[in-house]
Design a protein around this ligand. Structure first.
Ligand code: DX5
Ligand code: ZN
Length: 220
């Protein structure tokens, strides 16, 4: 039996001059999650959405809200986004100086507020040092581009991290999901799945083409 694959369209690439029709297409598509990129202009050199925008999307398109925090202070923002409808909060370990105690505390805080918790690392950050927290996590997100912007090229070397995570969860019998974010399209998605990914984030590939068909093509 093939495993369950989840597509998480990234609304960063939505055409904001035609929001209604794109949300309608998403509602009729096979996407199960919406990927919501929060950028603060400090942790990454770009600015995106605040919590009220998340509430609006959740109301208009009631999918699982996958919130990717690219902010300096995720400990402050995680509870606010949970209150506004986040189902999963994924934060960057770099924003917590890769400190294992702060990382564990934030995972616990997210869980105590009723959401799922994920960690993520930038392409240059190693994932192996976080082996000890894998058992506490619902998801690990591997960035296959430098965070900050949609439409960049897929960094294939990041799949080594996916393979390591997939090996670790089999070895330790852990249930966390592996998500990949950046440069996923009709030619890169297969390698990501073969390496062990369960959740594919796709921004420009989904929104620059026919939304329903692009999403479906990633499931084939
Ligand atoms: C980049 C974001 C991504 C972005 C991906 O920092 O985290 O979620 O939307 O866009 P594509 O799929 O166009 O690479
Ligand atoms: Zn993202």
């Amino acid at each position: 039996m093939s495993k369950h694959l989840i597509i998480a369209p990234s609304i960063l690439s939505l055409d904001y001059s035609h929001v209604d029709e794109q949300l309608d297409a998403l509602r009729h598509s096979k996407a199960e999650w919406l990927h919501f990129d929060v950028m603060d202009g400090h942790f990454v050199p770009n600015l995106t959405f605040g919590p009220d925008i998340l509430s609006g999307f959740k109301k208009a398109c009631p999918l699982f809200m996958d919130v990717h925090l690219m902010v300096d202070n995720p400990e402050f923002f995680a509870p606010i986004f949970i209150e506004h409808g986040a189902d999963m909060i994924t934060f960057h370990t770099e924003a917590l100086e890769n400190d294992p105690v702060r990382i564990k505390n934030l995972i616990n805080l997210i869980h105590s507020q009723g959401a799922k918790a994920g960690i993520t690392v930038k392409p240059k950050t190693k994932i192996e040092p976080f082996a000890d927290v894998l058992g506490d996590l619902d998801m690990v997100l591997i960035m296959s581009v430098e965070p900050g912007f949609g439409g960049q090229s897929f960094m294939e070397d990041q799949l080594e991290k996916v393979e390591w995570l997939d090996h670790m969860r089999k070895e330790l019998g852990l249930p966390f999901l592996i998500e990949i974010d950046g440069g996923i399209n009709g030619s890169t998605y297969k390698k990501a799945i073969q390496s062990g990914c369960d959740v594919l984030v796709a921004g420009s590939y989904v929104f620059k083409g026919d939304i329903i068909h692009s999403i479906e093509s990633l499931l084939q």
